[in-house]
Design a protein. Sequence first.
Length: 326
Amino acid sequence: MKKGTRLFLIVGCAFSLLFASPSLAAKLKIGYSDWPGWVAWEVGIQKGWFKKAGVDVEFIWFEYVPSMDAFAASKVDAVCMTNGDALVTGATGKACKGILINDYSNGNDMVVGRPGIRKITQLKGKKVGVELGFVSHLLLLKGLEANGLKESDVTLINMPTHETPQGLASKQVDAIVAWQPNSGQALKTVPGSRPIFTSANAPGIIYDLLYVSNESLAANREDWQKIVKIWYDIVDYIKDDSNREEVLKILSARVGLTPEDYAPLLEGTYLLTAEQAKKRFAKAKGLDSVYGSSEVVNTFNVDNKVYEKSQDIDTYFDPSLIMELK
């Protein structure tokens, strides 16, 4: 899955052989991973829309962190990242621009309380398992603030996100913060546990975008424009209820789930139409703007020493391609 402070790894010879340098490649390469707003690319891939549009593009499936490692090492031209992780990527040396907004998390990211904890105010004085410095940490702070609590009112236990379901089940902590499928696993593993604050309570706290390297965007702008158009065709197709059965079959097959199991994951992800995305690209304070949301994450990252220097948010976006859509 996605999100978090990332340490980009040194890529070995085997990795270099597997992913040829984009500068020498005949096609554009996009790294994507297991998040509904990115798995959605499968619709366009399976239906042949990129070939039909004359775009030579290859989508390469990764785990989330390796996708960013590949992008940082210039092994792919673009990668699907959260707006917060793009800031980390840029701060560590890889300049990029978000050219389209896939979605914002609409409930898939959760604070999950153990049985008996029904609201976030009950966490006062209790232990919360969360991966510190990650977007989950930011979501928790937002939930505490919205309910009149401070970070100091709880005891944070640093816990890798994939281990949070086990942490809740073993009673190491009273609540955990995680995203799907980890949050869903916690709910299944611990009967009686429940979400007490989710990204649906703070829409726009986590945006998911396609980020393109500055050099590829400059050299291949026409092709990236076509890809932007195809993405919003995908969104329109998914949002058409008459396509729901086919869409769930395509998306669930990519990650090895049943359509029935995948349905709630898609529901927890708000895919933005082109017109909705244009509005979110307007510069403004607050979570309704991807710029405002990124300022919130930037402050969080500096405060938590994810990186030292505050980032220039404007340099991380190029909304011109979507604005040119008719």
